[in-house]
Design a protein. Structure first.
Length: 183
């Protein structure tokens, strides 16, 4: 059975997924839900990016600021909080690595986040200045290949393999970001 929260306005029971209280109709604060649930999409690595945009557009109409002006400042603030949470969820689902992490977190199989770029960061740092850009491109190409392997791991339903692939992708991303910061 799903946990419910009290409505901020009438104290009625409300699902964390609900935008509005079923009792009084008041908009609710965004609940603590995963990005798939927030946008009303199935939890899958293979998502239609257009579906994300359609869901976001639908929620934008429901949560348009003009619809809440007459309902008070609290309602306006909560609608904005929902729009912000939905934009963040959409950004997570558009990014394959972030989407993979969200899926693995749902399955309680997410690996620890890498603290450094490992061998990729070392390879980029060790590259001569004249080939630095080529080294970064090589890591980006390897990251793209690893993302394809991550898709295969999810298709196979192998969450352990998916977690390993995700760790590699995230470490490569850390390495690329470190190189970007160094210029």
């Amino acid at each position: 059975m799903e946990t419910t929260l009290p409505c901020w306005h009438c104290a009625g029971a409300v699902s964390p997924r609900a935008l509005f209280c079923h009792g009084c109709g008041s908009i609710q604060p965004p609940g603590d839900v995963d990005p798939f649930t927030r946008l009303g999409l199935g939890a899958s690595f293979e998502l239609d990016l257009a579906a994300i945009d359609r869901q976001l557009a639908g929620f934008a109409r429901i949560l348009a600021p003009a619809r809440f002006q007459a309902k008070g400042e609290r309602a306006v603030e909560l609608a904005q909080a929902h729009r912000t949470a939905q934009e963040k969820a959409a950004a997570t689902l558009r990014d394959p690595a972030a989407r993979a992490r969200a899926l693995l977190e749902l399955a309680e199989a997410a690996p620890a986040r890498p603290t450094n770029g490992g061998q990729w960061e070392i390879a980029i740092a060790a590259a001569p200045v004249t080939t630095h850009a080529r080294a970064v491109k090589g890591v980006k190409d390897e990251m793209a290949a690893e993302l394809r392997l991550l898709l295969d791991a999810f298709r196979l339903g192998d969450l352990t393999l998916a977690a390993t692939r995700l760790s590699r992708v995230e470490a490569m991303a850390v390495a690329v970001e470190a190189a970007r910061k160094l210029g």
